[in-house]
Design a protein around this ligand. Structure first.
Ligand SMILES: Nc1ncnc2c1ncn2[C@@H]1O[C@H](COP(=O)(O)OP(=O)(O)OP(=O)(O)O)[C@@H](O)[C@H]1O
Ligand SMILES: [Mg+2]
Length: 231
């Protein structure tokens, strides 16, 4: 079998200042192969964002190991982890996280600049791909929630990352718009062979995934789609 692109081994995270609660992660393990579309499904507070932050190398685990594309994140060092985020990973967040003082085009272009491949035509094409041709010069507050999330998707896909982490990608959208966004995101990732992991507490997101990982109180368990959809 091919080397997994994401491998998490017995991961623990105890937020140091948080003595009143159980650890956010309590021995999570998972493996995700190249090109898979996976839903990480779990209730609020179950540890999804914590796991994403650790996979992105934005925070350190209390214990355990994370490998991204075969590289141990701890051994990569700060610079290596920054490069991984810039060149190999794309992010889509619940609240879009667009820079409010930049236009749609500039938000996407910035992502290319950070990945050291600035190209205006490529940025424009990415916006066209997500259905925003003609709205390139709008600021985020001049776009609907769904349109803002399209910009966020364009920003993630434009650098052709090998992995996209989408944390509650439809959290702030109505169901119809949310379905459009999931359609777009999963379609685009499948077409390009990009590995996609979507953290969500919404079961409808699971319909778009090849595989569902369920997060319960800081532990990941494999679950069939039938089990989730029966809820
Ligand atoms: N920076 C932090 N400091 C202390 N505790 C934290 C921090 N971030 C998260 N936690 C705690 O860790 C646990 C897991 O939180 P996390 O944000 O990972 O959950 P989640 O599954 O993403 O939830 P949601 O669906 O609401 O986004 C919660 O108990 C939360 O209070
Ligand atoms: Mg979260």
């Amino acid at each position: 079998m091919a080397e997994p692109v994401i491998r998490v081994i017995d991961l623990w995270k105890d937020y140091a200042d948080d003595l009143t609660n159980a650890p956010a992660l309590r021995g999570s393990s998972l493996e995700i192969s190249a090109g898979e579309v996976v839903a990480l499904f779990g209730k609020s507070g179950s540890g999804k964002s914590t796991l994403f932050n650790l996979i992105a190398g934005l925070d350190h685990p209390t214990k355990g190991r994370i490998e991204v594309e075969g590289q141990d994140l701890e051994l990569l060092g700060e610079k290596g982890r920054t490069n991984l985020r810039r060149f190999r990973l794309g992010f889509v967040f619940q609240f879009f996280n667009l820079l409010p003082t930049l236009t749609a085009f500039e938000n996407v272009f910035l992502s290319l600049e950070l990945a050291a491949k600035p190209d205006a035509a490529v940025a424009r094409d990415a916006l066209k791909e997500v259905g925003l041709a003609g709205k390139e010069h709008r600021y985020p507050n001049e776009l609907s929630g769904g349109e803002q999330q399209r910009v966020a998707i364009a920003r993630a896909i434009v650098k052709r990352p090998s992995i996209i982490l989408a944390d509650e990608p439809t959290g702030n959208l109505d169901t119809a718009t949310g379905n459009q966004i999931l359609d777009l995101l999963t379609h685009r990732c499948r077409e390009s062979g990009t590995t996609l992991v979507m953290a969500t507490h919404a079961s409808f997101t699971c319909r778009y995934a090849d595989r569902i990982l369920r997060m319960v109180d800081g532990i990941v368990v494999e679950e069939t789609s039938g089990e989730v959809l029966a809820r």
